[in-house]
Design a protein around this ligand. Structure first.
Ligand code: ZN
Length: 542
């Protein structure tokens, strides 16, 4: 008989929260420590500071989560549920190296009993005893004391907030190293960190389920607008991915010939585009949304035929007309950015007159860490390349640049194809290309893209290509830099659209035939004649 008194514990709810979360976190992640630590190596040296900061960040978030939901009646059931889920997650990460992400959680939700039984094994027994039965026994036998309602709530809030602030501070102080490890591991450092991995995935799944319902309830921002002139014009807005100015010959790059096609295109306007946010999810609305109103919603609502053709996705930035994905792709079914071109071509065939707005999402672009996944094999022209996601430890800077340059070479090809289709169609068009954000390639030790909120982007991530070509006479406003919101305004201006909730103040492109902005002082718009496509000056127009 076990003397049950030996297993009787008592703790205040804050002490229990701290001890329970810390113990569970340390024990579960000790099993998979090497799987996380290996992404924090710089050469042969383990970046202990960054690793420790990352692990403490995970624990801080876990403590905050637990403090929010652990109350008098929920604390023990929650602890027991977390014990079971964490043991399962630890086992599967440890034995099968699985990444526990949103899709994994969806698979678990939809799994059937046969699949479950096929995963059971005798190897699980020690995990069940030491990570489930023993901890649950201890939790059940612990008397958790609570202060009076307000006092205990206050101490919960204090603990949760303190943990959160510590976590946030560690993230900001070590953002470079943590983001680098996250990118190189393709988020595996998150997907293997128990219980952050499954809690995050469950929350994402729940929010994905709720989002459409919420969108239905949420009142859309009201606007009214008008189209003042019915020009025959197609505005094509091509949005790139992770391409930066620095590696375009058009912007003065001379290490490799990355723009053999665009360099030969006449009358190309090469401008200094500036991105503000370096995550696709947040950068796309910088281009396609203003004051909560999507650009495609305005154009389609005002009767302009609007289309979105995508490789990857524009997320919810084109829901008013729906996005059409590239399919039946040439390279054995694997789609690349060039596969949106036939969709554009088909669209142009149906064009007779009037105005039209076409968004092309070139979502493959130059996204790492496996740059060569973003273009067909025939564009692997600069070698040796870096073909390992661990670009810092497995590749030289030259290999990294070669790989990245191959993606720019491919962007050059795709943009050339788009411009050539537009020219061949004979349709009156204005074509705008810009990237969602740039990329760091080890400048100042920074790699890939993404910065915590509030920290400005390094130039390599901020300076994005912004390239304009038109078959009709246009004038461009001369500026040192052009923001993504300026592009939004310019599209409205080109389509002669005015809305009541904001002005197109940032617009910098104007059709020459008629002056739609009588309020604008003459001389602000300088006529763009042919600009040298080889110029190293981004602002060679205007
Ligand atoms: Zn992006």
């Amino acid at each position: 008989m076990i003397n049950s008194k030996l297993f009787k514990f008592q703790a205040s709810h804050t002490r229990f929260t701290l001890i329970f979360t810390s113990l569970m976190y340390v024990v579960c992640n000790a099993f998979n420590f090497d799987k996380i630590a290996k992404w924090f190596y710089l050469g042969d040296t383990l970046d202990y500071v960054a690793l420790l900061a990352y692990l403490t960040l995970g624990l801080s978030l876990f403590i905050t989560f637990f403090a929010i939901f652990a109350h008098r009646w929920s604390i023990k059931p929650l602890a027991i549920l977390l014990i079971i889920l964490s043991a399962a997650a630890t086992y599967f990460v440890s034995k099968y190296n699985v990444a526990i992400d949103t899709s994994m959680i969806m698979n678990i939700v939809h799994t059937d009993p046969t699949e479950v039984s096929s995963l059971l094994s005798t190897q699980m027994i020690p995990y069940v005893i030491f990570l489930i039965i023993l901890p649950i026994f201890i939790v059940i036998n612990t008397t958790i004391t609570f202060d009076k309602p307000f006092a205990y709530l206050f101490s919960s809030i204090k603990l949760g907030t303190l943990a959160f602030v510590i976590g946030l501070a560690l993230l900001y102080l070590n953002s470079n190293s943590i983001l680098r490890a996250g990118n190189i591991s393709q988020k595996y450092i998150i997907h293997s960190l128990v219980p952050v991995n499954y809690i995050r995935s469950i929350i994402t799944n729940i929010s994905n389920t709720i989002a459409p319902v919420y969108a239905g309830i949420k009142k859309k921002a009201e606007f009214s607008g008008s189209v003042s002139a019915e020009d025959d014009l197609i505005v094509v807005l091509a949005i790139g991915e992770t391409s930066r100015q620095k590696n375009f010959n058009l912007y003065g790059y001379d290490r490799k010939t990355t723009n053999p096609v665009l360099s030969k295109v006449n009358d190309l306007h090469v401008l200094n585009g500036i991105a503000r946010l370096a995550s696709t999810l947040y950068a796309l609305p910088e281009i396609l949304e203003k004051n909560d109103v999507k650009l495609t919603r305005i154009t389609s609502t005002l009767g302009i035929d609007t289309f979105c053709y995508v490789n990857y996705t524009l997320y919810d930035n084109c829901t008013s007309v729906g996005e059409i994905k590239a399919e039946n792709c040439k390279h054995g079914g694997k789609c690349y950015d060039e596969d949106v071109v036939p969709l554009l071509e088909g669209n142009l065939e149906s064009y007779n007159s009037g105005s039209r707005f076409i968004v092309l999402h070139l979502g493959g672009g130059s996204h790492g860490p496996l740059y060569n996944n973003r273009h067909p094999p025939e564009f692997q022209q600069f070698s040796p390349m870096c073909s390992d996601a661990d670009v810092i430890n497995k590749c030289t800077v030259e290999e990294l640049y070669n790989s990245y340059d191959n993606t720019i070479l491919y962007v050059d090809y795709v943009l050339g194809e788009i411009i050539s289709k537009l020219d061949n169609s004979g349709a009156p068009y204005v074509f705008i290309y810009l990237s969602d954000h740039g990329e760091s390639l080890l400048e100042d030790g920074v790699i890939f893209h993404g910065m915590p909120p509030g920290i400005s982007l390094p130039p390599e991530q901020a300076q994005v290509p912004l390239i304009i070509k038109s078959s009709v006479p246009i004038s461009l406003t001369k500026r040192d830099e052009y923001t993504q919101q300026d592009v939004y305004d310019s599209v409205l201006e080109l389509l002669s659209i005015k809305v009541d909730i904001f002005e197109n103040k940032g617009s910098f492109i104007k059709l020459d035939e008629h002056d739609k902005s009588p309020g604008v002082a003459s001389g602000i718009y300088a006529k763009c004649t042919s600009s040298s496509p080889n110029s190293s000056q981004p602002n060679n127009c205007g």
